[in-house]
Every structure is written in structure tokens, then in C-alpha cells.
Design a protein around this ligand. Structure first.
Ligand code: 13P
Length: 340
């Protein structure tokens, strides 16, 4: 393992004032997003949409890396520049989602395990050759009656660690993503308890499998109230609970923590991250790797219309600028309002 190379990629991924765009929606997921704006999910529409985001002028001021999907990693701009090259030339690190999705866990109703380890070593080699320098694997942990089970946490942590080891072996920085879902009526305290348990298992598995923590990024959920919980914690409570949970469970050797947005609105995701960075300093960078919270308004502004590409770019740049400000706690309502 070339640890120095991994460390320098990880450092670039969490560079000051920047974060990651998760544009790695699988074909079924992007079809769902497009359906919400009445756009058919064809290969050409997917290419146009991703090209709109990647060619937004100045996006590299706020975005350090982009997570791509297998199809996107192989696509090019209208002028024939492969997307990984376009991004690399802008100083943006291209990454790739490598898991094959969360599937029902046998004998554990309501729980899932992420698949994709078989043949992964060969796929990673190809992805490296295509220009990717980091990877992502998402494990999904639901909260409910008697779940998550110890077994669900165990098998997902094991798979995350096997994936992380294989990625580092291939010269790719793994984004390790154990996502505790916000679906449900649970309290923020329950979310904190489950997030802590999930992180403990993940770091035990990473250590057991020889993964170098200096060469990973962690992508956790924020500690928040369940979406249907009658009492919703505010952003200060979210920031305190999340930082407390991470401080107890994430070793300082990890260079960066890049949150997912997980169904939060664009504003919530920016506000919560900004509050956390106000509390600092922290041993790791606290940054973002948002999908929906960087794309929702851009998707709407575009709506599949070639005449609205500029509006889509503008909306994406605004979100990126707000998320970037949250990196040092300076996101504000005025900035939000100054908007698009
Ligand atoms: P969201 O920010 O929309 O949750 O997506 C991030 C992601 O990459 C989930 O795996």
C-alpha cells in the first residue's frame, strides 16, 4: 500500500472550504429523481444533466471531488472529453461508487446488507485505470422496533472494511459510509445511540482488516431526530449530538468526515454543518458529500430543458457556495437569501 499517495488524495478530498458532490445515483435512483421533474431517464439525459453540473463555471472553488456512477465514469462531454479527465483537469478528484446496492438481509426483516465484494479487486483496477482516485460504499442501517440487530451492524461493518482494504490496495481512498437512516419516529437520542454503535463496529472491523485510517474518509449521517419524530431537534442540538458522537467514536487519524444529507433539505444540511464547524476545532475536517442537498434545486431549475442549463448551473453553484461556507461555520441566512 502506498500510504503517502492515499494520504495526499484524502487531503485533497477534504481541502479547506471544499467538499464532495455525490453524483453517483444508480440508474434506478436517477430515474426516480428525473421522474420528479417529468424527465425520462435516458443515457443522453443523464449525460446532459451530469455535464451541466461538472461544467458549472467556478464549481472547483467549492467542490474537491465528485463521486460518479459506473456509467458516468465512462461518459464524456459533448466535445468528447471523458468526465474523469474534465474533472481532473479542473483539480477535482474523480471517485466512483463501487457497491452493488443494499439488499434484504436474510432472516432479518427490515434490515439490509450491501453487496458487491465479489470481483471487486478487478473492478477497482479498471476504475483506477479510468482515472478514479477514490471509491464509495454505502451501508444502510434502519432504526425501528428491535432494529438494528447486532448482526446487521456486524455484517455491514465487515463488508465496509473488506471494501476499504481492497480499495487501499488498489491505490484508491475509500469513503466508508455507514448510513443510519432518518426514516422513522425515533428520537435524536436513539439516533445517537445507533450511530455510535454502528461507528464502533466499523472502526473495529477496519482495524481488524488492516485498513490505514489516514487513508480513508468517513461518510456518516448526522445525528438527527427521525423524520416522523414529534419533537425535532434544532440545528444546535444536532451539531452538539453529532460532534459528541463522532468525538467518542472516530479516531483522530481519520483525515476527514464528509456527511451525507440523507433527505435533509438543502438549507438544513448547510445549517447543521455550519453549526458543527462553529464548535471546532475538531481533530478531523468536517465536510460534506451531499447528493440531494447539492442537487435538488439545480435539478428543478433545469427540468430537462436545454434552455435552462444556465439556470441549473447557477442553482448548483449557489448550493455549492453555501455548503462551502458551512465548512468554516460562516453559512448564513443572508447568504442563502442572496441566492440564485
Ligand atoms: P444524499 O446526500 O442525497 O444522502 O446522498 C449522498 C450519498 O452519496 C448517499 O450514498
Amino acid at each position: 500500500m502506498n500510504l503517502e499517495a492515499l494520504k495526499s488524495i484524502a487531503k485533497a478530498m477534504v481541502a479547506e472550504g471544499k467538499g464532495i458532490l455525490a453524483a453517483d445515483e444508480s440508474s434506478p435512483t436517477i430515474a426516480k429523481r428525473f421522474a420528479s421533474i417529468d424527465v425520462e431517464s435516458t443515457e443522453s439525459n443523464r449525460q446532459s444533466y451530469r455535464q451541466m453540473l461538472f461544467t458549472a463555471d467556478g464549481m472547483a472553488d467549492y467542490i474537491s471531488g465528485v463521486i460518479l456512477y459506473d456509467e458516468t465514469l465512462r461518459q464524456s462531454t459533448d466535445d468528447g472529453v471523458p468526465f474523469p479527465k474534465l474533472l481532473t483537469d479542473l483539480g477535482v478528484v474523480p471517485g466512483i461508487k463501487v457497491d452493488m446496492g443494499a439488499k434484504p438481509l436474510a432472516f432479518h426483516e427490515g434490515e439490509k446488507v450491501t453487496e458487491g465484494l465479489d470481483g471487486l479487486r478487478d473492478r477497482l483496477k479498471e476504475y483506477y485505470d479510468l482515472g478514479a482516485r477514490f471509491t464509495k460504499w454505502r451501508a444502510v442501517i434502519a432504526i425501528g422496533d428491535n432494529i438494528p440487530s447486532a448482526n446487521c451492524l456486524d455484517v455491514n461493518a465487515h463488508a465496509l472494511a473488506r471494501y476499504a482494504a481492497l480499495s487501499q490496495e488498489a491505490g484508491l481512498v475509500p469513503i466508508v459510509e455507514p448510513e443510519v437512516l432518518m426514516d422513522g419516529s425515533h428520537t435524536i437520542e436513539r439516533c445517537e445511540e445507533v450511530t455510535a454503535a454502528a461507528l464502533k463496529q466499523v472502526f473495529a472491523a477496519l482495524e481488524a482488516q488492516g485498513v490505514a485510517l489516514e487513508g480513508i474518509c468517513l461518510k456518516p449521517n448526522m445525528v438527527i431526530s427521525g423524520a416522523d419524530c414529534p419533537t425535532q431537534a434544532d440545528s444546535k442540538q444536532i451539531a452538539e449530538a453529532t460532534v459528541r458522537c463522532l468525538t467518542s467514536n472516530v479516531p483522530a487519524a481519520v483525515p476527514g468526515i464528509v456527511f451525507l444529507s440523507g433527505g435533509q433539505t438543502e438549507e438544513q444540511a448547510a445549517t447543521n454543518l455550519s453549526e458543527m464547524n462553529k464548535i471546532g476545532p475538531h481533530p478531523w475536517e468536517l465536510s460534506f458529500s451531499y447528493g440531494r442537498a447539492l442537487q435538488a434545486s439545480a435539478l428543478k431549475a433545469w427540468s430537462g430543458d436545454v434552455d435552462k442549463l444556465d439556470a441549473g448551473k447557477k442553482a448548483f453553484l449557489h448550493r455549492s457556495r453555501c455548503a462551502s461556507a458551512a465548512r468554516d461555520g460562516s453559512y448564513s441566512e443572508e447568504m442563502e437569501a442572496a441566492g440564485v
